[in-house]
Design a protein around this ligand. Sequence first.
Ligand SMILES: *Cc1c(COP(=O)(O)O)cnc(C)c1O
Length: 348
Amino acid sequence: MIDLRSDTVTKPTPAMKQAMFAAEVGDDVMGEDPTVNALEAKVAALTGKEAALFTCSATQANQIAINVHCSPGDEILINSTSHIGLYEAGGPAAISGVSLQKIDAPRGFLSVECLEGRIWPDDPHFTRSRLVCLENTSNMGGGFAWPIEQIRSVSNWCLTKGLKIHLDGARLFHAVVEKGYSPGDICAAFDTVNLCFSKGLGCPMGAVLAGTEKDIHKARRVRKMLGGGCRQIGFAAGAALYALDHHVQRLAEDHAKATHLAKELSRIKGINLVFGLPETNLVFFEISGEYGDARSLETHLRKNGVQIGSSGRNRLRAVTHLDIASEDIPVAADAIRQGLEELKKNRK
Ligand SMILES: *Cc1c(COP(=O)(O)O)cnc(C)c1O
């Protein structure tokens, strides 16, 4: 099976399993897991932040950050296709009592222009605007990496408006590898940053939230409240440490595979690349209506050993990752070509 549904489907490599097996562990809720402590220290240094906190997932890290920055009734300014707004089960409202002001932005990149005029005056009638969340890379925006200047301008604007700013960096390393900027440079623009280990980095679980000593101190209590305080979780942190050393630079291979796939797809009649050629590991494409809908192609492909998730009526998202070989790309493209022909035949 060539599984292009998500970069979350990767399984730990034998060497990663060795690292997990060898990890020294202790009770992390008591602060005594040496591997977790080493990971948190390493990510804090890497992101240039005072402190960091290991969490079960990137969703959990985002929700903790929101809870740390906001009080009930506050509002978050966020791009309308954000993971936080679409795929975190209504967490901001349910967990922290905050509302989201969703703003349309090309490629999911908010700008000062689209934020200007969106914050509420300090008046008893209005919601308190509190936090801006950015996503790098922006998943549903096509997986593009933010230009650093745009991040800085939004961040500076937040500073002048007294707003906090959080980065959902579930795929930050993809952006770092693509753009060549340092994680520290990017993270300097944010109060808190979330890095995910179970996406491109190939770990079975985990994310890290980094920020000031004060914010991470608060975050630790929120994590506990959400049931995210784990005991001998160094086995998972060991995988993350291994990934930081071995799986970051190789993301460039996943980007090359995605570009290859996109180029193959662009030659297929009936297929349109939604965002043009990709920059990182996400390829969004649409099939024209005369062939059927995305879901029928998805079903058809699965029968032929290729899995790609539909993400809209005619839209699909293919994701390259650690467990996809370069040789899989032309095979997947062929399956899609054949799939479309079959769909067309069946419709006649
Ligand atoms: C997948 C994803 C998350 C959540 O990651 P989990 O570890 O699966 O909870 C958050 N943000 C973005 C942009 C993502 O793509």
